[in-house]
Design a protein around this ligand. Structure first.
Ligand code: SIN
Ligand code: FE2
Length: 232
């Protein structure tokens, strides 16, 4: 159980690295609202197993929401479970992501996609960089709900030593600027039960997949190519 929900103290503001900020408890005040909004996403775009770049199923269950442009950029023709456009990002989540970005020092943040991960006991996420987005000038905003985990936030090389960070229900991490390409991952989840999420940990990562004036032309060109290839 998160200490902050019991003590009702202010969220923290902890700089992990330059451009990477941990704000413990920031999502607590609206946790039920966020979870309900996630329910609408998952009803429209059911959770499915993530797959490795080689096409193997991973333990983590995922879904997404966001703009059609963001969807097309990320759409994986090899994954038959994702056939439909993503549902739009619920307003309440979008607004929160914007506030998180501003609070962490990224006032230009304009997420157009939100990736949902669901972990259960034993599920882990290997070290990786979030490199699918065109607009790397924008930060990643990560919101954790439910069971706690150990989040690893490393360096710009996969083998760099990572910080181990306990993420609990309601915690928010934002990484951008010089930290945008840091490798990160999640250690295997410990079993447990959370009053809101049951046996699961959910993580939402908000991203700017297509945005940014400088990237618009490149994005449009790419979309046209994708249209041609994938939408017949
Ligand atoms: C991710 O990197 O996609 C998710 C990280 C997390 O679950 O905290
Ligand atoms: Fe990631």
């Amino acid at each position: 159980m998160n200490l902050f929900s019991q003590l009702a103290v202010e969220p923290t503001h902890e700089e992990l690295w330059a451009g990477a900020v941990l704000m413990r408890g920031l999502a607590l005040a609206q946790d039920a609202e966020f979870f309900a909004a996630m329910g609408t996403i998952m009803a429209e775009a059911p959770l499915h197993h993530a797959t490795t770049p080689g096409g193997l199923p991973m333990g983590v269950m995922v879904t997404d929401c966001g703009t059609p442009e963001a969807f097309r950029r990320r759409w994986d023709p090899g994954n038959p479970e994702v056939r439909r456009l993503w549902p739009p990002m619920p307003r309440v989540l979008m607004d929160f992501a914007l506030r998180c970005a501003v609070r962490a020092g990224f006032p230009q943040g304009r997420p157009d996609a939100c990736h949902v991960n669901r972990y259960q006991a034993g599920t882990k996420l290997g070290m990786h960089q979030d490199r699918h987005e065109i607009d790397l000038t924008q930060p990643i905003v990560s919101v954790s709900l439910g069971l706690e985990c150990i989040f690893l936030l490393g360096g710009l090389e996969r083998t760099d030593k990572a910080k181990r960070i306990l993420l609990e229900h309601g915690d928010v991490v934002v990484w951008g600027g010089p930290s945008r390409m840091r490798f990160h991952g999640v250690l295997p989840l410990k079993p447990g039960h959370h009053p809101l999420t049951g046996p699961y940990r959910y993580n939402l990562t908000f991203r700017t997949t297509c945005g940014g004036a400088n990237h618009l032309r490149w994005g449009q060109l790419r979309l046209r190519a994708l249209d041609h290839l994938q939408w017949g």
